[in-house]
Design a protein around this ligand. Structure first.
Ligand code: PLP
Length: 420
């Protein structure tokens, strides 16, 4: 059974100060999980997690993770700016962008970030824009179909990211000639893996590549970035990954492949987003309407702009009716938002306890790729983000949008006076 990290009693208090809907984050859960990840890779001297900012772009969250030893993985100008504002700079930033707009490499280099090149053609682009830095990383795409032991797979051959092996080896040669001194390899092949085998399998692929690179170019890479992709159990019947087993699996591959090839000093990096935050955030929304037509509908005050994953991918997010955790799930509902879009459904044919108007619904696992994917369709406004602190207090870490925010980009126009 999935249990929210917040009780009905706590929620009843919170909604007195902050109207629903809002995203709520669990500081204790975030910190404990970050410490577990660090422990799982403690065997590697240079290990570092670069939190994927896109998952939860909030400076308060970045600061918590920084205190736990994490840097940031950025892929846009604003993510770099947010990182800088948090005092996360230099080698604490990985800049893993693709199809990079002009100006962003300059900002990344100015901050001293580690730049990760998505393509061999980016070498010229980077050199013209701001010169080649001494530390540089290249992103690898093995092509074909990538399978982990339990059958979870993806299709790197169809993915727009990374370089072929031949290109990566050629790129390292060119970069060395142009003055690069420290090299890294990066790859991200499968998203949201719920298996302990993904990282160890990917590690083997990249460690073997590092050995080939050394043989072909004489370059001993300094770091290998396993990027994101370690998933979480969105469904109650799924079993959570064991990060200690994952860390040990990577350790074994390291000892078997890198150490005997004189690459025992390689630092392991990760760029996890979902694993770091998803379970430690929830979307809290209120049941405001019920409708009985061909199906039973519960209308809530959140909608897909607050959480897009169900509408976008049909993603499952578990729902708990606050205070009815132990009640029998003997009703079947579609839980829906107010967009004029029929895919605005947080749950379809979901078995839940009987819902009364005014009940608070906790939509689980929204801490990553939740608020972040929000948009403003139908003129809907984005919600606040709140932090449940370790001491039980609640802190607002982003205010809710107002119409003024929504209209801000008309500030140049004759309508601005009427709109504000
Ligand atoms: C999205 C992304 C991540 C994080 O992915 P998760 O699935 O959230 O772990 C890491 N690195 C890069 C380059 C990404 O695009």
């Amino acid at each position: 059974m999935k249990k929210p990290f917040v009780t009905k009693e706590q929620l009843d208090e919170i909604v007195k100060s902050y109207p629903t809907p809002f995203h709520l984050y669990d500081e204790k859960g975030i910190r404990e999980n970050a410490r577990k990840l660090k422990a799982a890779f403690a065997w590697n001297k240079g290990y570092k997690e670069y939190f994927a900012v896109k998952a939860t772009p909030n400076p308060f969250i970045l600061k918590i993770l920084q205190e736990e030893g994490c840097g940031t993985d950025c892929s846009s100008l604003t993510e770099l700016l947010m990182s800088e504002a948090c005092g996360i700079t230099g080698k604490e930033i990985m800049f893993s962008s693709n199809e990079t707009p002009s100006g962003e490499f300059t900002k990344a280099k100015e901050l001293g970030a580690i730049i990760n090149l998505d393509d061999i053609t980016m070498i010229d682009f980077l050199e013209k824009e701001c010169g080649i830095p001494e530390t540089i990383c290249c992103r690898y795409n093995p092509g074909g179909v990538y399978e982990v032991s339990n059958g979870i797979m993806d299709n790197p051959g169809d993915a727009k990211y990374g370089m072929t092996k031949a290109q990566l080896i050629e790129a390292f040669g060119i970069l060395k000639e142009k003055g690069a001194k420290r090299f890294g390899i990066h790859s991200f092949l499968v998203s949201n893996t719920v298996t302990n085998d993904y990282y160890p399998t990917l590690a083997r692929t990249l460690f073997e590549l590092a050995v080939e690179v050394k043989e072909a170019t004489g370059i001993a890479v300094s770091f290998i970035n396993l990027s994101g992709g370690v998933g979480i159990p969105y469904r109650p019947e799924q079993k959570a990954n064991d990060i200690m087993i994952i860390g040990e699996g990577v350790h074994r591959a390291f000892d078997e492949i890198l150490v005997p090839n004189g690459l025992g000093d390689v630092a392991i990096f990760t760029e996890l987003g979902r694993f770091m935050l998803a379970p430690y955030g929830c979307l809290v929304t209120k049941a405001i309407h019920e409708k009985h037509i061909y199906k039973e509908y519960i209308g809530v005050d959140a909608c897909a702009v607050n959480l897009m994953r169900p509408a976008m991918y049909g993603a499952y997010h578990h729902i708990t009716v606050a205070g009815k955790e132990e009640a029998v799930a003997d009703h079947v509902y579609d839980v829906v938002g107010s967009l004029c879009e029929n895919n605005d459904k947080f749950a379809v044919d979901r078995k839940l306890p009987e819902i009364a108007m005014g009940d608070l619904l906790v939509i689980h696992d929204t801490g990553a790729h939740g608020f972040a994917m929000g948009y403003n369709y139908n003129g809907k406004l984005k919600s606040a983000e709140l932090l449940l602190k370790e001491d039980g207090m609640v802190q607002m870490i982003r205010r809710a949008e107002t119409p003024k925010d929504y209209f801000a980009t008309f500030d140049f126009s004759p309508f601005s006076e009427k709109l504000f």
